[in-house]
Design a binder for this molecule. Structure first.
Ligand code: MRU
Length: 356
């Protein structure tokens, strides 16, 4: 998608380096950063220079390529894979991508290993792009249906950033929106700011602006009243891990939005590539919910009057904080799952129907 009218992807490989858009600097600065070592890749995931479930999967895949460039040694590669998986615990794509790479490399000889690893990482990236594009084409039908009935702007609420910046391109939750916009359907997006890291305000609003899609940033708590007032036609969010029973783990606050949607009969859809499905666990209590540094809560970063990026504390030093990064929305609150293969019920039957 575009930034200042130039088309980008979020990650690419060039001259033995992995190139990323440093998302900790957006929206105030656009910086392309080089990842030179597997340590750089791990650090980029941990510090959220790259974030969003599909993108951290892609970064981990390239991270293994960097590991091989650094040292073509099996025990080093194994350690790299473990460190990459441990860098963020909740999004399943990370483990999915590393396991897939390691499986591919397990019976490859030393001489070919770099070529095979790079090829597989590129396949993962291309595949994600295709998945996200198809999610958009499938989700477009839902938006189109609302538009044909309403004959007016479709108001879509989204949470966090499940946009192209969270994937390799198109995004998951935003892909149906981009497709609708390209088809000439009038859309407007309510963007939850998504405290504490403000991925909605900083990233979703930014990428929608760059694509010329009308959007309004709202506080995380405003969705309820907007739904009561009939100002939300549909919610579409992303997911970091979808259990095969249809429960959805996503950015903290998603669950409350789903409850409000249920109470107001607003359809609540979750968009996901199949790489986000966890086929191994059914009990959401077994998902490790990432708990992040409390400084993300106690401090906010922005641009000051002199156009300088600055960080300030917003509550007493003495106050305790807890920073849970994700929550789980039970399947019963999810109207449907929008996947690359089609739309299904949020249930084991629904998912198995699409993904045999
Ligand atoms: O903590 P983040 O910014 O990595 O969280 C991202 C989200 O929660 C997204 O909604 C999710 O990864 C889906 S991305 C297509």
């Amino acid at each position: 998608m575009k930034i200042e009218n130039k088309t980008y992807r979020t990650i690419w490989f060039e001259n033995n380096l992995v190139k990323i858009i440093d998302q900790t600097k957006l929206p105030h600065q656009f910086i392309i950063k080089d990842l030179k070592t597997v340590k750089d890749a791990i650090n980029a995931i941990k510090t959220m220079e790259v974030r969003g479930a599909p993108l951290i999967g892609a970064t981990a895949a390239y991270g293994l390529v960097l590991s091989i460039i650094e040292k073509n040694d099996l025990s080093f590669l194994k350690k790299s894979s473990e460190d990459l998986i441990a860098s963020r615990p909740t999004a399943i794509n990370l483990k999915w991508a590393v396991d897939r790479m390691m499986k591919k490399l397990s019976d490859t000889n030393d001489k070919d290993i770099l070529k095979v690893a790079l090829n597989e990482a590129e396949v993962i990236v291309e595949e994600d792009l295709g998945f996200c594009k198809n999610i958009g084409l499938n989700g477009l039908k839902i938006i189109e249906e609302i538009y044909n009935k309403k004959k007016d702007t479709v108001n879509i609420l989204t949470h966090c950033n499940a946009g192209w910046l969270a994937t390799t391109d198109w995004g998951t939750a935003t892909s149906p929106i981009y497709h609708a916009h390209q088809k000439g359907i009038k859309v407007h997006v309510w963007v939850d700011e998504t405290r504490p890291r403000n991925q909605g305000a900083n990233l979703t609003s930014y990428e929608l602006n760059e694509e010329g899609i009308p959007n309004t940033v709202i506080t995380d708590n405003a969705g309820g009243i907007l739904m009561q007032r009939g100002q939300v036609d549909i919610c579409i969010v992303g997911t970091d891990r979808t259990l095969f029973n249809g429960d959805v783990c996503n950015k903290i606050g998603t669950y409350l939005k789903a409850l409000a949607a249920k109470d107001n009969n607003v359809p609540f859809y979750v968009a996901l590539p199949s790489s986000t499905i966890d086929w191994n666990i059914k009990d959401h209590k077994k998902i490790q919910i990432e708990e992040r540094n409390s400084e993300e809560l106690s401090h906010v970063e922005g641009i000051d009057r002199n156009n300088q990026v600055t960080k300030v504390r917003i509550y007493p030093k003495k106050s305790k904080s807890m920073n849970l990064a994700f929550d789980v929305t039970p399947a019963k609150y999810v109207t449907g799952l929008i996947t690359e293969k089609g739309i299904c019920e949020a249930s084991e039957k629904g998912l198995k129907g699409l993904f045999k």
